[in-house]
Design a protein around this ligand. Structure first.
Ligand code: FAQ
Length: 354
């Protein structure tokens, strides 16, 4: 309550400053400084910034960048796993995988909607994705070579996503934080299905165990890269943490993920492909080997194994869906015309009887 009161006071001050043009720094619009104070107070007090609140332009731009990149990752991320739907080894596995891939589409929708609350439409964001002006997560530029890759994605990629995204449930921007609550619940199911799938393979025949190990060998390092560049090369972290968009640095979350995975790998009977992975008593964390950041930056530049395939397939899916978008828009226009006519009719009737 105390924090809400502080925020309210700052807002009142901002409103007052706007009306009498006080609290204005040189070069700022009247009242901007007071709005900035209200914003800073709200962020410091752990209050949520909502779509109609004033926010700095750079805060808005950072959110659009991150949320768009996140949304794009969800929909591009459908491709590697969808590759295995027709070849899932049983009806049960197929049903689970279909549900998971559909969930990813849903996550994309929540996130594009969150970006829309910042004044950036889905068409514009998709256009930027298709023309390479916006990114999606590096992880989805690797191929899914065997059925075990579906398990490795669930365990490691969804596991990394949860580690990164649970703190985003406390992001300072309300719509993004609320979208993340539901997404994280679903990601937990995804992570469990991957773990269970890998466990079945690991405890299966020798060939199945080898397939599971091979998948983990290939997905481990790219999963660590998902958390982004090391802190000293992360251009956005410091500002994003100050704004409480991000709550932890890239390296902190990466370390948390490694510490979570080590005992899970032991339970799975699989080995993480890092000879330098060792418990450090002093730090209370696992030390781990050097990440190949050259590979990460190359993937970001478009030179990963599947970059071209992923974006080509995405553009094709978008073009093939044009008729659905047109039909939906026509239906919505007819529906709104009918509603409008109905409202006019009842207005006219109301006047006639008055
Ligand atoms: N891939 O300054 P930072 C999922 C870029 S969802 C590509 O550290 P920031 C679910 C970054 O954009 C996975 N680019 O950046 C699923 C920036 O470039 P820019 C996606 C990356 O934003 C599972 C530059 O490097 N999750 O997996 C990556 O502070 C299975 C400098 O980096 C999210 O998007 C990367 N990995 O921190 C779906 C979570 N890392 O924009 C289907 C939300 C960094 O200046 C199947 N996002 N870059 O040109 C975040 O938490 C943050 O944006 C980070 C990056 C942590 C990813």
């Amino acid at each position: 309550m105390a924090t809400a009161a502080a925020h309210q006071a700052a807002r009142t001050q901002a409103a007052h400053a706007t009306s009498d043009a006080t609290g204005t720094a040189p070069g700022q619009a009247p009242g901007t400084a007071a709005y900035q104070t209200a914003f800073d107070t709200a962020v410091a007090a752990e209050e949520r910034i909502e779509p109609r609140d004033w926010m700095p332009d750079a805060y808005r731009a950072t959110l659009v960048r991150q949320i768009a990149q996140h949304a794009h990752s969800e929909i591009i991320g459908m491709q590697p796993e969808a590759n295995w739907i027709t070849r899932a080894p049983s009806l049960r596995r197929k049903a689970i995988l279909m549900a998971k891939v559909q969930d990813e589409a849903g996550h994309g929708l929540y996130l594009y909607s969150a970006a829309e609350t910042l004044g950036t439409g889905r068409d514009e964001l998709l256009d930027k994705l298709h023309s390479g002006r916006q990114k999606y997560s590096s992880i989805f530029n690797y191929p899914t070579l065997t059925w075990a890759d579906v398990g490795a994605i669930g365990w490691l990629v969804d596991g990394a996503a949860i580690t990164n995204q649970v703190p985003l449930c406390r992001c300072s921007y309300g719509p993004y934080a609320r979208a993340m609550v539901r997404i994280c619940k679903e990601e937990s199911f995804h992570q469990r299905q991957g773990y269970e799938l890998l466990l079945a393979l690991s405890r299966g025949t020798e060939a199945q165990h080898a397939m599971a190990q091979d998948a983990v060998d290939r997905w481990w390092w790219p999963s660590l890269m998902m958390f982004g560049p090391p802190d000293d090369e992360s251009s956005h972290s410091a500002q994003s943490m100050e704004w409480k968009i991000k709550r932890h640095s890239n390296d902190e979350l990466r370390q948390r993920f490694v510490d979570i995975c080590v005992p899970q790998a032991e339970s799975l009977g699989l080995t993480l492909p890092d000879p330098d992975l060792v418990w450090n008593e002093e730090r209370g964390h696992h030390d781990f080997g050097a990440i190949d950041w050259t590979e990460f930056w190359e993937v970001l530049k478009g030179n990963g194994p599947c970059n071209e395939q992923r974006i080509t397939q995405r553009r094709q899916a978008h073009d093939e869906g044009a008729w659905v978008r047109e039909a939906a828009a026509t239906h919505a226009a007819k529906h709104s015309e009918a509603k409008h006519a109905e409202a006019q009719d009842s207005g006219a009737n109301g006047k006639a009887t008055a």
